[in-house]
Design a protein around this ligand. Structure first.
Ligand code: SF4
Length: 197
């Protein structure tokens, strides 16, 4: 199996890579995350992953296109459904496309570790993209290792982000005077699991 592992950030990759390696699978990490804003946050998460992958000797490929404008244009008309309708889809589709064009037969994503993402939607979109590109989507329920991975990431001193990624999740985290009236379940949940908020 030649596995391309879409990777959202270093902390989420810790358990996923360890778990795959324990199965005898050596993933190639793939960074494509136009959902992370603003740029300095994007850069910090990306550079943390660069350092981390180097330190554990895993091959990593970085698509360094920031992509802020396209992301915003594509979610602005339906912000409440942006995760499932666009954010998961664009990242998994690009991963599948890259995998197909570069000789991988299988792809997956570290997003499957988060108990706060829509796990079923990720699985469904992954399988849909696998069919579209003639690949296998390696599904694993990594959520059991979420706490362990986060603990190890903190012990390693990795940068731990304080909001999901997009500028809208950042707004909800830091500036939301009508918080009770808004209904972005993703961000509400995200704040529950991130430490020191
Ligand atoms: S909240 Fe997170 S998953 Fe949802 S659109 Fe923003 S970055 Fe993507």
């Amino acid at each position: 199996m030649k596995l391309l592992l879409h990777t959202c950030c270093a902390p989420c990759s810790v358990y996923c890579i360890k778990s795959l390696r324990s199965e005898g699978i050596e993933p190639v990490v793939y960074w494509f995350n136009p959902n992370i804003h603003p740029y300095m946050e994007y850069k910090t998460r990306r550079d943390t992953l660069k350092e981390y992958t180097k330190s554990i000797g895993v091959k990593a490929i970085f698509d360094e296109n920031y992509g802020l404008k396209d992301f915003c244009k594509n979610v602005i008309n339906d912000l409440e459904n942006r995760c499932v309708k666009y954010c998961y889809r664009v990242r998994l589709e690009q991963t599948a496309k890259y995998a197909k064009e570069n000789g991988y037969d299988t792809f997956s994503t570290t997003l499957l570790i988060s108990p706060y993402q829509n796990h079923e939607a990720l699985k469904k979109i992954g399988e849909e993209m696998a069919e579209k590109y003639g690949l296998t989507f390696l599904y694993r329920d990594f959520r059991q290792g979420f706490r362990q991975g986060q603990t190890e990431a903190r012990e390693l001193g990795l940068y731990m982000q304080k909001y999901c990624g997009c500028i809208f999740s950042e707004e909800d985290r830091y500036y939301n005077p009508n918080k009770e009236k808004k209904d972005y379940p993703m961000e509400k949940n995200i704040t529950k699991f991130l430490p020191n908020l």
